[in-house]
Design a protein around this ligand. Structure first.
Ligand code: NI
Ligand code: MN
Length: 228
């Protein structure tokens, strides 16, 4: 499994010739390294409906005939004409060979902005992405919550992608606790430094994770790849 960071909360995950993109916020993302049209995903996953996650998902799905998967209420708020979609919900899984995708909780909102005002987008979520070899947990936007230790750690996470920006999500101190509870081998920080209000020092986070937990912390810049 290969992981590629695309800035903010956007990651690509490749295995056996298939590619997933999570939260493809490329257009308007100050940290993006490419144009949205350059991406060729097979599957697009959304953690919630906010603009810095929904991003280019609909145009990317149409132009690549990619499948779009998200929480059912979020998909109900979107114009899905011409898009193959998987409308599932918390605790549920589906197979997208070689991957198994499981939706897990996150503590956050999920409205979708529209010209008519905010649309109800259900509940925010995270994902566990399993290619049969490794399991990656993308936490989405979330605060720290106890079920990271009680429920999500039970999946046997190899690599956890955790927001550290604060303000909209948990900050670095709570993310260190999340890393401890999740018992992942590798922790990767995300959702920081995109905007002034979520400015953080990822190297300081790395030091804290490696001092206080058994995890290794890998700091990625846009375009960086990690083989798991
Ligand atoms: Ni959000
Ligand atoms: Mn966000």
């Amino acid at each position: 499994m290969k992981l590629i960071y695309e800035g903010h909360a956007c990651f690509r995950i490749q295995s056996e010739g298939k590619e997933i993109i999570i939260d493809p916020y490329i257009s308007g993302n100050p940290l993006a390294g490419k144009k949205a049209a350059e991406f060729k995903p097979d599957l697009i996953l959304l953690t919630h409906g906010h603009g810095d996650h929904l991003g280019d998902a609909l145009t990317m799905a149409r132009s690549n005939h990619a499948t779009l998967a998200a929480q059912v209420d979020l998909l109900n708020a979107l114009d899905l004409q011409g898009i193959d979609n998987v409308a599932f919900n918390l605790g549920g899984s589906f197979d997208f060979a070689p991957f198994k995708i499981t939706m897990v909780p996150a503590w956050h909102g999920s409205t979708v902005s529209s010209a008519a005002g905010p649309l109800y987008g259900g509940v925010a979520c995270g994902y566990i992405i399993d290619d049969g070899q490794k399991k990656v947990y993308h936490a989405g936007d979330t605060s720290l919550f106890g079920d990271m230790g009680m429920v999500i750690s039970r999946y046997g996470i190899d690599c956890a992608l955790l927001p550290i920006g604060g303000f909209y999500t948990m900050g670095p101190e709570d993310a260190v606790t999340a890393a401890d509870w999740l018992k992942a081998d590798i922790v990767i920080p995300m959702h920081y430094n995109t905007f002034p209000v979520i400015k953080q020092d990822p190297q300081q986070f790395k030091q804290a994770v490696e001092a206080q937990t058994t995890a290794q912390c890998v700091v990625l810049s846009t375009g960086d790849e990690l083989d798991l």
